[in-house]
Design a protein around this ligand. Structure first.
Ligand SMILES: Cc1cc2nc3c(=O)[nH]c(=O)nc-3n(C[C@H](O)[C@H](O)[C@H](O)COP(=O)(O)OP(=O)(O)OC[C@H]3O[C@@H](n4cnc5c(N)ncnc54)[C@H](O)[C@@H]3O)c2cc1C
Length: 405
């Protein structure tokens, strides 16, 4: 049902208007993955962003400070769109097991083997994902509108209209807001979604470690309420995410590389020996956000525009890929419905995503708040809870399975 040639050329009544089925507003990882999936469903797609999406230069001797734990479920979907197989195998590490320590001695262990999987998740650099996705966008015939801001978005009965600075307009049957946590697209549709700061900054950095990690990820819920994670990178390297109070994060971000490496190695009780910094640290404020709706008239929200989650379970972009997969499936299976922005399709998409997103947001939010509470009885209760789950293989398996998906 792609727009007709004349429409796509789109000169109507003196206004230079590009009509399309879907405008994806935001070319982060979620928008980049969604674009080829929709184009292959026979839709005429425009992908817009403030920056032109480019294939990052390969830098074989350095490691991107932004890495993601990609779940097996996301990996399978990325494979189906042709992205997973385009990733360089030597830049990916499998999390084969995970050890989680409570702040009062409780331990919880997960293993890919016990869950019948090759990996609990795969650690992949952001730039590797971009390098795999951008060529797919071009190959699928998606038109790129960039640089382009989303400030002038208006809505009519049959389209969302984005006015560009050059005087042209993009009119789309469906606008997909893929523009991140502070989504201007969401705001322009009148969806009010206040964020709730966790009072924490996610400090990330990569390190070379003295001892082999054997594919094991570590996570410590620390007595000061911070959460430290080490994720395996290929070779003797790890990526750190330390969700720390603003004050602790400020200290970590100011350390000289050697002091930071010593502090991070010591915080993990030197489980992998001494550390050396591979990258400067970077910090990301952590916020919870749940909008009252993820669809509206001619609008669907995906990725961080649709949900803000704490990164303690490494699920943010995985939820976003889940949104993209669901939206692409709904639009591909639209049957006789010709209009990509038809309410029946948007409702179908919202229904498909509501339960998995709510479940993940609830679990991560409760854990973040539970371990952030300094009351002694809470400390005892959460460690007892962890120890109990460790002794209940079925509960452990259920927890692991939902994260794997
Ligand atoms: C410390 C930390 C660690 C994390 N680790 C993991 C992990 O291990 N696994 C995981 O699954 N997730 C993780 N996440 C979450 C993950 O980073 C996000 O969920 C994901 O990046 C969201 O992608 P997105 O495409 O939805 O949004 P974004 O990446 O925010 O992309 C939004 C895009 O929209 C564009 N844009 C925004 N506004 C405008 C505008 N007005 N005009 C034009 N363009 C605009 C931006 O340029 C950008 O390209 C982590 C997050 C943090 C903070």
């Amino acid at each position: 049902m792609g727009a007709t040639g004349a429409e796509a050329a789109g000169v109507s009544a003196g206004v230079r208007e590009r009509r399309c089925d879907v405008l994806i507003a935001g070319a982060g990882l979620v928008g980049l993955a969604l674009a080829p999936a929709l184009a292959r469903a026979g839709l005429d797609v425009v992908l817009a962003d403030r920056a032109v999406p480019v294939v990052p230069e390969p830098l074989p001797d350095s490691w991107d400070v932004r890495v993601y734990a990609i779940s097996p479920g996301s990996a399978t979907w990325l494979h189906s769109i042709g992205a997973w197989q385009a990733l360089p195998a030597e830049r990916i590490a499998a999390i084969e097991s995970m050890r989680i320590a409570g702040d009062d001695g409780a331990l919880l262990n997960f293993s890919a083997y016990e869950n019948g999987e090759r990996a609990l998740a795969w650690i992949v650099e952001e730039r590797a994902l971009r390098a795999a996705l951008v060529p797919l966008v071009h190959a699928a015939g998606v038109e790129i509108a960039a640089p382009c801001a989303f400030d002038a978005l208006t809505w009519s009965e049959d389209a969302g209209h984005l006015a560009r600075e050059d005087g042209t307009t993009i009119a789309a049957r469906l606008v997909v807001g893929a523009d991140g946590l502070r989504s201007g697209v969401r705001r322009s549709a009148g969806i009010d979604a206040p964020t709730r700061p966790y009072g924490q900054i996610g400090v990330v950095a990569n390190f070379a470690c003295e001892r082999a990690h054997h594919g094991r990820a570590h996570q410590w819920f620390r007595p000061d309420g911070s959460i430290l994670a080490w994720l395996p990178l290929p070779g003797r390297r790890v990526s750190m995410v330390w969700s720390a109070s603003d004050a602790l994060a400020a200290e970590l971000l100011q350390h000289e590389p050697a002091a930071l490496a010593d502090r991070v190695a010591a915080a993990g009780r030197h489980a992998l020996g001494a550390f050396d910094c591979l990258t400067a640290p970077a910090g990301f404020p952590l916020q919870f956000m749940r909008p009252p709706a993820t669809v509206a008239h001619r609008l669907a929200l995906v990725g961080d525009a649709a949900h803000g989650v704490h990164p303690l379970a490494g699920q943010g972009v995985n939820l976003g890929f889940g949104d993209a997969e669901a939206l692409a499936a709904v639009l591909r299976q639209r049957g006789p419905v010709a209009d990509a922005g038809a309410p029946i399709l948007l409702e179908r998409y919202a229904r498909r995503r509501s339960e998995p997103v709510l479940a993940m947001q609830t679990v991560t939010d409760r854990l973040a708040r539970l371990f952030g509470n300094p009351a002694p009885w809470q400390k005892a209760a959460r460690n007892l809870g962890m120890a109990a789950i460790e002794r209940l293989p079925l509960a452990k398996r259920l927890l692991a399975q939902s994260a794997l998906r």
